[in-house]
Write a protein that binds this ligand. Sequence first.
Ligand SMILES: C[S@@+](CC[C@H](N)C(=O)[O-])C[C@H]1O[C@@H](n2cnc3c(N)ncnc32)[C@H](O)[C@@H]1O
Length: 221
Amino acid sequence: MAKIRETPYFGVYSDGENFYTLNAVSGTSVYGEVLVREKDREYRRWNPMRSKLSAMLHKKLKNFAFQERTEVLYLGAASGTTVSHISDILTRGRIYAVEISRTPFVGLLKLAEVRKNIVPLLADASKTYTYSPVVQKVDVIYQDIAQKNQVEIFVEAAKECLRENGTGYLIIKAPAIDSTKKAGEVLKFCMTRIEENGLKICEKLTLEPFDADHGVLVIHK
Ligand SMILES: C[S@@+](CC[C@H](N)C(=O)[O-])C[C@H]1O[C@@H](n2cnc3c(N)ncnc32)[C@H](O)[C@@H]1O
């Protein structure tokens, strides 16, 4: 296997084919991902079929906002597959991980026991007032909730919790918003709603071949 090297994305490594993050909890795999040891370092392979953020990197994402001290509000954390890789990257930052469903939340709680930069919050992302007092202002909002009103939820969360000059990643599942329209039309509708609310779209991605269903908007406040 080729040597694992740094990439232009902070805290992300590559062997030329796969992306990796440095494992913050040595010897532990979170979702069955491959662990690779090189010298005194252990890397976790970042599966683009399981994590849309990894798929975005494979699709050459231009705006990567995660740094050592970044504070992130993650809406739709599930049991923490993607959260765990962000947790590897933000060695001095924090992830407020919001999940509505109790079953995946149990997994998220377990993850947060060993990864101290994850703050798990059992909450409905649409009820911003239930989590904004804890979260306050963050540098990044990452939203992956596949809900009909997901754009409104994002806009509200950005108003309350995103710092000026902050970055948002809005993952859009077009059929969840309107199954009668083509994905491109739904994406256009979402973009208009975002811009009407004073936010700027700086990048647009689709995730094929990793995920045929989802588009991503990268947003600046
Ligand atoms: C596609 S999964 C997220 C996968 C996760 N982002 C990852 O990459 O590891 C969507 C998650 O959003 C959660 N969700 C849906 N609506 C929500 C809401 N209103 N508030 C919080 N979580 C929500 C679902 O329960 C589900 O766990």
